[in-house]
Write a protein that binds this ligand. Sequence first.
Ligand SMILES: [Zn+2]
Ligand SMILES: [Zn+2]
Length: 313
Amino acid sequence: MLRLLVSGVYDVAVSEFWQQFSLLVIAAILLGILLRSRRKAAKATEDSPVKLYRPRFNQRSGTAHDQLKPNPVRHYASCHCLDAQYERAEKGAEGDEVAGPRWRELSFHTEEQDTGSEAWGALEAYIARVRADESDEFDPLTGIGWERWEQIITLPKSIGTLTSVRFVSLYGSHLVRIPPEIGDMANLEEFDPYTSRCLHWFPYEITRCPTLKRSRVSTRCLYGNYKYRPPFPRLPRDLAAFSPAVCSVCREPFTQERIYQAWISLNVATDVLPLLVHACSEKCIDGLPTPAAGYVQEPHFGGLDLKQPPPLW
Ligand SMILES: [Zn+2]
Ligand SMILES: [Zn+2]
């Protein structure tokens, strides 16, 4: 009886509480949801969106759907080089003209790899293992684990010795550049640096890989990409870390003091890539192939004043 009474009093108290404060409680919940979604939206802009179109992660193309492993990437790399392409187009003074994104002069990533680190040592050891096993696959994320892989911003020159490798997976890497020695990977067929968001260009030497036929590159992370036409960093830039030992075009050693740098966009496997050329002479620059249709139609030096075709997005 006492329990019933207490429960009755309790029920009355609860229902009075609801009558008086229900609107307040609902409003508080709605406010909470609103703040949370705004925080999420802010975070999304901080971390430039790169849409993942296909569920293939670091597996080679053709892997059956039921054999796909879960996404192995813990943290995607991020930088702000190409942020302007996510700015919304603005209306002009008349209200009808639309101004594109405001680009600033871009510069290269100049981060230096800590080659004394345990992660770099593990990567070199993994490369030696792939070479010794004559493996057809180079998948450093699996080979050294994601904690070490996140500390790697370029690859050792020794990747050029991996002539048995047909499949390179750099999915979700933190790489900011790839060494020209990739051109020595004589049996490379599939190159997958998808969602490597700080990889904005590739060395011209990649065009040397004679059997390269499939690639998966995040287009909107590339200089001069057709969707937004971000600028290319202005050349020349004295970048000892990037320079190959020999001319990108004729493979002769550099005899003159000057190295001729140029940008060119070419069809490479299934993508159009912005390629950085280091040539020994103007003659080697003149001998470059015709650029991909829909891109600047000659080798160029980049910079904000470069005229590119309009974006096609
Ligand atoms: Zn960047
Ligand atoms: Zn040359």
